[in-house]
Design a protein around this ligand. Structure first.
Ligand code: GAR
Length: 206
């Protein structure tokens, strides 16, 4: 059975993309194949990681496309041309419309650096999430991998892992712990789970 073709959408450093690349090498991600990386930022370090791993990568920006609709059309065209069956948002800092998420229902997953439903939704991304957790004073945070629907961070939860907050934490130290102990483990596991599901679905239809 053919592996599920995965596209990873990125915007920045790409440490979660790296975790997926490493997981594929180690065989943790075995039902899916990292097939394409798309960045909405031409200078994202994630693009270098994709290149080093030999994964085709391209940049598509909203600015170049002119509108959200044209941006999403360009994304869909690239995804369709590459036969993509599963989209992984790995630090992708752009909210996708209901038209886009509806087109790929149960085929888009995202990693978010908190225990949803805390510190999530519009405006909560990257370091801001950890700043908010520290400002609130919670003692436990974590990461969540979830399906993506029209509500930002509102889709069905797939995996979640808690991480403690320590008294001297800064947003950066907390971000690092959440990545190391939760995100980089959960995202490859979830990618494998959903890739296997997509494969099964294909088998039934044959
Ligand atoms: C990660 O912490 C990811 O969970 C977060 O941005 C960071 C990207 O890092 N994503 C969001 O906040 C999305 N709402 P990376 O580029 O090194 O993977």
């Amino acid at each position: 059975m053919d592996k599920t073709k995965i596209a990873v959408l990125v915007s920045g450093g790409g440490t979660n993309l790296q975790a997926l690349i490493d997981a594929e090498k180690k065989g943790v991600l075995k039902s899916g194949k990292l097939t394409l990386v798309i960045s909405n930022n031409a200078i994202a370090h994630a693009l270098t990681r994709a290149k080093d791993a030999g994964i085709p990568a391209l940049t598509i920006t909203k600015k170049d496309c002119g509108s959200q609709e044209a941006f999403e059309d360009a994304l869909m065209k690239a995804l369709d041309e590459n036969g993509i069956e599963l989209i992984v948002l790995a630090g992708f800092m752009s909210i996708l419309s209901a038209r886009f998420t509806g087109h790929y229902e149960n085929r888009i997953i995202n990693v978010h650096p908190s225990l949803i439903p805390s510190f999530c939704g519009k405006g909560f991304y990257g370091l801001k999430v950890h700043e908010a957790a520290l400002a609130y004073g919670v003692k436990v945070t974590g990461a969540t991998v979830h399906y993506v629907n029209e509500i930002p961070d509102g889709g069905r939860i797939i995996l979640q892992k808690a991480v403690p907050i320590l008294p001297d934490d800064t947003p950066k130290s907390l971000q690092k712990r959440v990545m190391e102990r939760a995100e980089w483990i959960l995202l490859p596991e979830a990618a494998e789970l959903v890739s296997a599901q997509v494969q099964k679905h294909k088998e039934y239809r044959q």
